[in-house]
Design a protein around this ligand. Structure first.
Ligand SMILES: [Zn+2]
Length: 488
């Protein structure tokens, strides 16, 4: 009797802890979002928080940073970004590391350093596991970062080959944002849109069609009808100005919404979304434009967060960068311990759009005084006395010499080392203006290139805790594989 009793007790105890065993099975995320702010280091994130906080609290006597959609994530990591060429890597090699877990040379996408073998990608593993795959970028969709999530080429400049691999391959279900840099290759190759058609892509390029996309839309190639420079989407600072003036221009967030509508299915999806122009504005040392780009990425992440709210225990959201661009810093020699983020709200235009205005000034042989009027209208910098953005003599002199150079055609300009240092190969007048307004706000840049700063990783959702701590960018691949239950 006693024997049966103890047996029964043991059985009951075993039954009691069964749920614990059931609970132990790690859940894997059905939906995975990887957001990459190209060139978005900690300084870019902090500057955007401080800018938004300043605008939201104009009368506050103390600094009040705002939260971005991803700065509230519970899990925060930091990654090293060096590649096989340098501590200051490029977007091709760093995206390769995140997409395949491997180090390679700057400029190479998913090939080893000998350029002899290519790597298998997280998107391919996700596809093998039955998930749908989407790639979005605010720059051209054949650019280094998006390319690394669907193509393998020995040089990031093989834009036609990259696009062809994406359109003829089986990895992608959604490819969207900017356009193609080489739609006809070297001019005699088959047009990419013809190739897309032959491979049953549903190509859409109007705002209404993009907003109307849904799960029945098939494999979708969606390109914004409003492309600005180099087949990229419009800078957010320009988009806001133009939308205020009545235009309808899609944002990065709109493409994330469209992507979710197209990709959602019972097996879930993997989506990579790049905010590519944080990098471009960083190269051009245009702080205000970089801040608006970072905000646009935050808005795009918010769309994923809203989706996750309805898919609580089945979504993972990662937000990171490939490297920092420009060596942005908060704090400058002439402003010492002060910052004036509000000053940047006077800027309503990107360096790219202002370059267009400079070109028409050049054509119309505008005087320096006329140029100053445009500068005041677009940046707030003024010759009027006793204003927050009054130009001092030194600033006026640097504007004048930059104006004189910019009024010359490119072929007439004599650019030496000092001009290289002052303007970094960009339009001298735009660069001089950006430097002046940055510095008045208390910001500055050390470079026109990428830097070696370590990069944050913000993680929220299923398996997010795996992304805390300090590790290497190749571990973003291995951690994501592990959390998704994918095996190399
Ligand atoms: Zn770059």
């Amino acid at each position: 009797m006693k024997k049966w009793l103890s047996l029964l007790c043991a059985l009951l105890m075993l039954l009691g802890c069964l749920p614990a065993f059931a609970e132990a099975a790690p859940t894997t995320p059905k939906y995975v979002f990887l957001f990459i702010g190209d060139g978005m280091g900690n300084p870019q994130v902090a500057a955007t928080q401080y800018y938004e906080g300043t605008l939201a609290n104009p009368d506050s006597a103390v600094p009040v940073p705002a939260q971005l959609s991803f700065t509230q994530f519970a899990n925060l990591g930091m990654v090293t970004t060096y590649d096989a060429s340098s501590f200051c890597p490029d977007s091709a090699s760093t995206a390769t590391s995140m997409a395949s877990g491997e180090k390679t040379l700057s400029g190479v996408i998913n090939y080893n350093t000998e350029l002899s073998a290519s790597f298998k990608l997280i998107t391919e593993y996700a596809k093998d596991a039955g998930k749908k795959v989407g790639v979005i970028s605010s720059v051209s969709i054949d650019h280094a970062t998006p390319a690394a999530f669907y193509a393998k080429v020995q040089s990031r400049k093989q834009y036609y080959d990259i696009a062809t691999q994406g359109l003829t391959g089986t990895t992608l279900d959604f490819l969207a944002g900017g356009g193609f840099l080489k739609p006809d290759g070297d001019g005699v190759q088959q047009n990419l849109f013809e190739i897309a058609k032959e491979n049953n892509w549903n190509f859409v390029s109007t705002n209404d069609d993009i907003r109307a996309l849904n799960a029945a839309s098939g494999r979708v190639l969606a390109i914004s009808p409003d492309l600005q420079d180099s087949q990229a989407m419009t800078y957010e600072i320009d988009r806001e100005r133009l939308v205020k003036a009545g235009k309808d221009i899609l944002s990065l967030a709109d493409f994330v919404s469209a992507g979710i509508n197209v990709l959602d299915n019972d097996n879930g999806f993997f989506m990579m979304c790049e905010g590519g122009k944080i990098d471009w504005s960083g190269h051009a040392n245009d702080a205000a434009t970089s801040i608006h780009e970072t905000k646009a990425l935050s808005d795009a992440v918010q769309v994923a967060l809203d989706f996750a709210a309805d898919h609580a225990d089945e979504t993972l959201i990662l937000v990171t960068a490939d490297h920092e661009t420009g060596g942005m810093t908060i704090g400058f020699a002439t402003t010492a311990y002060d910052t004036h983020f509000g000053y940047l709200a006077n800027q309503t235009i990107s360096f790219t759009d202002f370059d267009t205005m400079i070109a028409s000034m050049r054509d119309s042989k505008a005087t320096f005084e006329e140029a100053l009027e445009q500068i005041e209208a677009c940046y707030g910098l003024t010759t009027k006395a006793d204003q927050a953005l009054t130009l001092n003599e030194t600033e006026l002199a640097s504007l004048k010499s930059a104006y004189e150079l910019s009024m010359l055609g490119e072929e007439e300009r004599v650019l030496g080392e000092s001009e290289e240092y002052l303007y970094g190969g960009y339009e001298p007048l735009s660069m001089a203006i950006s430097h002046i307004i940055n510095n008045k706000a208390g910001l500055s840049y050390t470079s026109y290139a990428h830097t070696g700063l370590q990069i944050p990783v913000y993680a929220q959702g299923v398996g997010a805790e795996a992304f805390s701590g300090l590790y290497d960018n190749t571990d973003i691949f291995s951690k994501t594989m592990a959390v998704m239950g994918l095996v190399k």
